[in-house]
Design a protein around this ligand. Sequence first.
Ligand code: 5AD
Ligand code: SF4
Length: 470
Amino acid sequence: MNMPDLCIAKDRKKTEIKYIYNDKEYQPLFKNKKYFLRTYGCQMNVHDSEEIKFYLEALGFEATEVLEKADIVVLNTCAIRENAKDKVYGYLGRCKHLKQEKPDLIICLCGCLVQEPHEVEELKNKHKYVDIIIGTHNIHELPELIMKNNHYQDIEVYSNSDEVYENVKYKRDSKVCAWINITYGCDKFCTYCIVPFTRGRERSRKMENILEEVKELKKEGYQEVTLLGQNVNAYGKDLGLNYDFATLLEEVAKIGIPRIRFVTSHPWNFTDEMIDVIAKYDNIMPYVHLPIQSGSDEILKKMNRKYTIEEYKTLFNKIKEKVKNVAITTDIIVGFPNETDADFKATLDIVKYCQFDNAFTFIYSPRVGTLAAQMEDKIPYEVKQERLKKLNELVNSYSLKSNQKLLGKIVKVLVTEESEKDKNKVCGYTETMKLVNIVGNKDLIGKIIDVEITSAKSFSLDGIVKSLKD
Ligand code: 5AD
Ligand code: SF4
């Protein structure tokens, strides 16, 4: 048993990173058994779930979308805000009932929520029917934990890590777009954020291993890779070598995979070299997700974001100027402790200035262990809700405006899947990451096609096929 610990999670002792090659083989001991997997939260979790799926299928489990048919339920959880946690406990209630009818059911919780000591305490005391609790640093141990589980609660959560696993195998959700981890963890410690605690210290994969993975994916026919990290522009800083994110991005671009994306960028240390590389290569998509979080310098300081609004504007303008037709999206938090009306107005002002292509907006949610959770906060929740509503109206008006600019234009779309709502349609993304619904059949999936945009809403576009690119 290994319980999480916030002091260890906070520690940034710079021991050398160990690179570990995982060549384990698994026996399909659970043939004719089914797994039910739910994923909450960010792209990092979505990609971790692809690793989890690989292990489950290597052990012989088959996927089911019906909870009642499952022999193992895995919930890959998120801790970023309270509502993410509520969803998990809602599902756990259903699992508890199911287990009363099906005592052999294995229930497994993994992901960021179980990196929090108070949550694991609660699971230990009030949710004893959860069989396996496994953290973000040791997903590779899942097969062993499943094999040895005997319906006693097994808690294996480590709080920090100086390891990077290579040779990780995935059952990828898509045959068109692939996620690639380039860094793990985060050292930024924005005062509201739990991620540096749940994902541990920042550690980079070696460039040669990333490039190898990109080449392999290209060979398999993938059209797009997204380089993943909590803070991609910190890539390489821990390696003590003479390369950084700009170098990596350029090397990935040279491999010639048709589309490259990266998330998430921090406005601090977003270098000119990075902008130049994005501008130079046609296969690096003109799309930057650049979280601003607040429009107020005072709040940014309290958030420990390490930039001012003037600096953000300078960077924003530089990217707009140098990268042709670039789309910039952002994240914004309202209701940070004691955010004044003037602070909030400054947030509305920066949104008006930047006119983001899209913005993900949140009400601040205190996280146990973070600095912000200890700050005094006199702002009533209703005021925060009102601010969010106002902000969303503004943000959506700019999303609509930026989508409407494409009306009648012909844009390149990578078709990724069939539309869930309409079987006569497929959907895909423009270079600038805008979702387009297109009349057409699934033969288009995996192709980059010219599409004429016929209608624009705040969150999506409709279009018709103009021509197929070879
Ligand atoms: N409360 C609300 N939003 C948060 N985010 C991170 N932590 C919190 C929190 N405690 C938001 C930030 C981040 C995005 C992924 O989630 O905007 O960029
Ligand atoms: Fe959280 Fe800040 Fe790290 Fe992003 S950069 S994961 S917001 S601490």
